[in-house]
Each structure stands twice: as C-alpha cells, then as structure tokens.
Design a binder for this molecule. Structure first.
Ligand code: KG4
Ligand code: ZN
Length: 322
C-alpha cells in the first residue's frame, strides 16, 4: 500500500511517499525557517504564499525520489488540522486536486496524532499497545493514550502556553532568534555554573502542564543568557519527563512515544531514557527529522488510522446521490 502524503499545517511544506505505514520511499521538505526568522516568528500570510509556491514541485520531487508514477499510488493523505488555516488550505486543495486528477482516495489526517505515528517509520517490529504518547510542539503539549489504532484519548495537556512556544518566547527575549528550541539548546551548552533554578510548574499535579509562569520567570531573572537558557531547558524538560513517566506508570504503557518539534530536544531525550529505565515499556524516540513537522508521519498515520475511517475520507468525485 503506497500513500503519498502532504503536510502544510505551519511553516514546513512537505511531501512523502510511505509504503505500508513504515517504509519511507520519499521524504522531501521545503523549510521556511529562514524566511520567518526575519520576523521572529511564523507570519501566516507569508507561510501560505510559500506553500503555494513550493507544493507542486515537492510532489514532483517526491515521485522522482521514489521512482514512482502517480498510477502506482494507492491513496493520498493530507493534514486536515490543527494548524494555520491559510497554510492548511493550500495543502488540502493541492491534495484534492491531485486525488481528483489521479482518481485516488484522499485521507484527511490529524496532525497531532501523526506526530505519535512518526514512531512507526522505518520500523520492522510491531509497536505494542497501549501506547502513551507525548506531543510537544510549538502549538501543543499533550499526553495521549492510544489503546489500539484509531483510538486516541487525550489524557492531559497545557493549561496555557505550549512548551515549544515557551522555548520560542524565551529565546526571543534572550535575543537568540527563531526558532527558539534549537537556539536555547545551543546557548545552554555554553553554561558553566548551572546553579540557577527556575520553577517547575505543576510538576506534581497530574497530567496537566503550565509553561506561562516558567516563561515569565525566565524573562525576569538576572543572570547570563547561557545560564538562563540552561535553567529554563532543565525546568521545561523535567516537567515533560515526569508527566510522561507518571502517565506510562498509571496506564501500564507497553510503549512510550515522543513527537513534535520540542521532542527533538537532546536534553529531553537523554533524561527520558534515564527516567524510563525502571519501566518495562519500550521507549521510541523518533529520529530528529521525524520529530519536527514532516509528511512521512502523515503517511504513517494514514496507513494505520486513516484506512480504518473510510467515512471521513474526502470525496473528490461527484457524489452519486447528490
Ligand atoms: O512540531 P513542530 O515542528 O511544529 C508545530 O507543529 O508546532 O514544532 C515546532 C516547535 C517550535 O516551537 C520549536 O522551537 C520547537 O518545536 N523545537 C524545539 C527544538 N527543536 C524545535 N524545542 C526544544 N528543543 C529543540 N531542540
Ligand atoms: Zn507539528
């Protein structure tokens, strides 16, 4: 089963071709990072225009990379949300047009769910249920339980800012540029005293998160930028690790998965490996390129979840009953 997937929910325009949910036949991306960096954050209007410019060439590039013709595809998949509306519309309309032209089914995919399914890419072994997943991105911070494919239960999330958003805002305050996650991580490596302590909000309170207070604390404290970056990163990642540990234990997870841009954070990955050692659950940490936005994860989610939900597929043909 070969699925061509399109992702355009934010500032990355991406196309992938995934076979049987795991084999990545093509994975191409046009990052708009440099364009938005000049503004210190994603400008929705600019993002939409860039998607419009890059999307079809990326589809061609993906087919070429996979050495495939459209006829060989079984279906198309596209991110249906959540995301920036103008950006989503470009991807959805491109996918609808191609599905109509090539006469293929079109599967809409939830972007957050797809971040968890990134863990299925390039994998040979089965993934055991229940899965506890953490989606930590620029817009979301949530812990979910997947009892089986197609079942996606929200267990808890942020009551204010998303973790990636907090990274971005603190980085901007420290003058480190955009995107903030990698910039803070890099700055933190220069810290040497490592004495500064910042709050760890809601650390012991169930599966909810709060990042707004930590963000404010990081911008009020007086210290060197590298020490602030270090302390902020420690607090932000400690909370993620603790909550994920708690969820895994409470729900007797067989697999623990992290996804979303902030899951690319190296300190988070190190600490999680350490913390999960006494748990029998398998910890799957996707490769960096599958943590940040990409279309390969959309193709994986389409295979495992989208195929089960036929009633939700987009109809690109004239409906017989209409
Ligand atoms: O999943 P993603 O690529 O796009 C969204 O769906 O939001 O996530 C982007 C977010 C940004 O806030 C970025 O600062 C954060 O992920 N991020 C990181 C790292 N790399 C990206 N946060 C912490 N550490 C990183 N290494
Ligand atoms: Zn994302």
């Amino acid at each position: 089963m070969k699925i061509l997937a399109i992702e355009s929910s934010c500032d990355d325009c991406a196309v992938a071709i995934i076979e049987d949910g795991t084999k990545v036949r093509a994975n191409v991306l046009a990052s708009q990072e440099k364009i938005h960096a000049a503004y210190g954050g994603v400008v929705p209007e600019v993002a939409s225009r860039e998607h419009l410019r890059t999307i079809y060439p990326l589809v061609e590039k993906a087919l070429k990379q996979a050495k495939m013709k459209p006829e060989e595809l079984d279906a198309l998949a596209v991110t249906a949300g959540p995301g920036l509306l103008g950006s989503l519309i470009i991807g959805i309309n491109a996918a609808k047009t191609l599905a109509w032209l090539w006469n293929k089914p079109l599967i809409p995919i939830n972007h957050l769910q797809a971040h968890v399914y990134a863990a299925f890419l390039d994998r040979k072994e089965d993934v055991k249920f229940p899965i506890i997943g953490l989606v930590a991105s620029g817009g979301h911070t949530e812990i979910v339980k997947i009892g089986r494919h197609g079942e996606y239960k929200y267990l808890g999330g942020t009551v204010d800012d998303a973790v990636g958003e907090a990274f971005d805002k603190v980085a901007r305050f420290l003058g480190l540029g955009y995107p903030g996650g990698p910039a803070i991580a890099k700055e933190a490596l220069k810290a040497n005293t490592k004495k500064l302590q910042l709050p760890r909000p809601m650390m012991k309170e169930g599966l909810e998160f709060s990042y707004s207070g930590l963000k404010t604390a990081a911008t009020r404290v007086k210290d060197k930028p590298e020490e602030i970056a270090w302390a902020f990163q420690e607090s932000a990642t400690d909370v993620l690790v603790e909550k994920l540990y708690l969820a895994a234990k409470t729900y007797k997870a067989k697999t623990v998965i992290i996804g979303g841009g902030a899951s690319a954070n190296v300190r988070l990955r190190e600490k999680l490996v350490e913390r999960m050692k006494d748990q029998s659950a398998e910890l799957i940490i996707p490769e960096f390129k599958y943590c940040t936005d990409n279309a390969a994860m959309i193709g994986a989610a389409a295979y495992y979840v989208g195929l089960l939900k036929k009633s939700q597929w987009y109809n690109t043909r004239v409906m017989e009953s209409a």
